[in-house]
Design a protein around this ligand. Structure first.
Ligand SMILES: Nc1nc2c(ncn2[C@@H]2O[C@H](COP(=O)(O)OP(=O)(O)O)[C@@H](O)[C@H]2O)c(=O)[nH]1
Ligand SMILES: [Mg+2]
Length: 204
């Protein structure tokens, strides 16, 4: 599969035009904290390393990056949240940018909420999940970097935490339903299962 970069949008006016809602232009957006591995996951799914910019330095991407896949989907790399060093006014801009995308984008078919399998749910992740539910946006939760869990015990603990975090999130208003897919962008594990889940979405 080949994929190409379309545009890096710092404001909503720069989002590429939406075509008719059809399989060809369905957009899949990637959301999550800075540094969890959103861009790496995009590259793994697209099968092209170096497509989306990845960095070990958190808080780099403050814009919305669009990628066109040759099978018709568009991937949208949303800027990460929860990075403490970002000044307040930037956080506000981030919120406006992300909300205008998530609320206004007709071609958005699926939001993939990316978590770090080692860290599990943070409050911001649960808030976002709830927000997606309130606004009726279909979403899928993916726990990445599972290659960092070396032992059986660590993997077991991680799964337990992810499940329990979701139950806890119910108290905050997010529903505990929905499965959590595991993957590693480093080894490619779980990538096929994410594609299977993507291809099951009904294009609206
Ligand atoms: N071991 C491992 N490292 C990963 C994985 N995914 C991302 N990383 C690393 O985590 C850091 C942040 O990744 P990036 O994709 O830029 O995160 P983003 O800020 O969410 O887009 C980079 O140093 C990546 O190489 C993974 O599945 N396994
Ligand atoms: Mg990124």
């Amino acid at each position: 599969m080949s994929a190409r970069f379309i545009i890096s949008a710092a404001k909503p006016e720069q989002f590429p035009p939406e075509e008719q809602a059809s399989q060809r232009q369905a957009e899949i957006a990637f959301l999550g904290r800075s540094n969890v591995g959103k861009s790496s996951l995009i590259n793994a799914l697209a099968g092209s390393e170096g497509l989306a910019y990845t960095s070990s330095r958190p808080g780099c991407t403050q814009s919305v990056n669009f990628f066109q896949l040759d099978d018709g989907f568009r991937f949208v790399d949303l800027p990460g949240y929860g990075f403490a060093k970002v000044p307040k006014h930037i956080t506000r801009e981030w919120k406006e940018l992300i909300e205008s995308y998530l609320l206004g984008r007709g071609s958005l078919q699926l939001a993939i909420l990316v978590l770090d399998a080692r860290r599990g749910w943070m409050e911001k992740d649960l808030e976002l999940k709830q927000w997606l539910e309130v606004h009726g946006r279909p979403h899928l939760v993916v726990a990445t970097k599972i290659d960092k869990l070396k032992t059986h015990k660590e993997r077991h603990e991680s799964r337990k935490n992810l499940r329990e975090g979701l139950n806890q999130g119910e108290l905050l208003g997010a529903s505990a339903s929905g499965e959590i897919l595991e993957c590693s962008a480093a080894t490619g594990r779980g990538v096929r299962e994410i594609w299977q889940a993507i291809s099951k979405i009904k294009i609206r």
